[in-house]
Design a protein. Structure first.
Length: 348
């Protein structure tokens, strides 16, 4: 791993999962303490790694793994796969629940209730903190690809072929059916719940206002838009397409009629990226060649600008997962790679 000049990434520790890293998440440390890391591998390995890089314990999904997630209070971890779902205690790995499922590639915790929304084949399910089902949707027209909570525990949004459906679990009704021209490959909601945005496999970006369902579409991307994410402040939303990242300004009336901020620096397709919590100007991205770049979106950045990376690291091990964390002492980025290696780097 080779750092670029004026680099702001310092190596912290490395670990080896023993199989390609599919997904990463962080377990809150509480009281400003460093975070532990949750890692999931393609063959089902699930490992919790302590802040110093030492393994706390390892479990196994017993299935091809698609996603892992840690509860906001740091007490529960969940792994989801092609045909199964398991929950454990984050403290000691005690099993809490194991169930057979449909294809399950997405899950999202509600911070207030600690409920977990999961994709389960063509259905959305809401689970309690121990994994028991509290609510299930009727089957959608196709497999659910993404789930999220655009308005906390009051709403659950799910993407599938040709749109996004927003449910109100407490009343068991659909509040919005947001139409799209094709399959939704990525989904994000603004921190204030005003916007839901989906990336489509037809290389377009489609967005809706949650309150009234009014929409917009952006086209001209060179490839499928699979990953989208808002920064904590809610102004900027980033998305990838091939080797280019674009940030869209959602302040005021939203992005309609505004050019994107184009982030140029990757030479291979961007595979994953993540905003640094509490630092709305910092974005970290990784590509299929193995390189990691750090971007700083200044307060003076305007729609239509082009930005170059502030720093980064060069490597030949493809990046497959990225997660970031911040506490009172530092901000850290965790990089998962195809070889199974996990790099923890401090952002300075």
């Amino acid at each position: 791993m080779k750092t670029l000049e004026n680099n702001s990434l310092r190596p912290r520790w490395q670990a080896d999962l023993g199989e390609p890293v599919v997904a990463l998440d962080v377990l809150p440390g509480g009281n400003g303490h460093p975070h532990a890391v949750l890692a999931g591998g393609s063959e089902g390995a699930v490992r919790v790694i302590d802040p110093d890089g030492s393994p706390r314990y390892e479990r196994d999904l017993g299935d091809a793994l698609l996603a892992v997630t840690a509860s906001p209070d740091g007490t529960r971890i969940a792994a989801l796969g092609v045909a199964s779902r398991r929950l454990w205690s984050a403290t000691d790995g005690e099993p809490l629940r194991s169930e057979a499922t449909g294809w399950s590639a997405s899950a999202a915790w509600d911070k207030k209730s600690q409920f977990l929304a999961v994709a389960d084949g063509r259905r959305v399910r809401v689970l309690d903190r121990d994994g028991a089902t509290r609510w299930s949707s009727a089957p959608l027209s196709s497999t659910v690809t993404n789930v999220l909570w655009p308005r906390g525990r009051l709403r659950v949004a799910a993407s599938s072929y040709q749109g996004v459906t927003i449910f109100e679990p407490e009343t068991n009704r659909i509040t919005n059916a947001l139409e799209a021209p094709g399959a939704i490959s990525g989904l994000a909601s603004a921190p204030n719940g005003r916007w839901v945005v989906g990336g489509s496999q037809d290389a377009t970006l489609h967005g809706w206002k949650v309150d009234d369902g009014s929409d917009f579409e952006m086209s001209g991307f060179p490839a499928t838009v699979s990953h989208l994410a808002f920064e904590d402040g809610g102004r900027w939303m980033a998305c990838e397409s091939a080797e280019v990242l674009t940030c869209w300004d959602f302040s005021g009336r939203g992005p309609t009629g505004r050019a994107g901020v184009v982030l140029i620096g990757h030479q291979a397709a961007v595979s994953v990226f993540a905003w640094v919590p509490g630092h709305r100007q910092i974005l970290v991205s990784g590509d299929q060649d193995g390189n990691v770049l750090v971007w700083r979106i200044a307060g003076t950045t305007q729609p239509g600008d082009e930005l170059r990376p502030a720093s980064g690291v060069r490597d030949d091990d493809p990046v497959t997962a990225i997660i970031t964390s911040s506490n009172t002492a530092s901000s850290i980025v965790y990089i998962g790679r195809r070889s199974g290696r996990i790099d923890a780097l401090t952002i300075t």
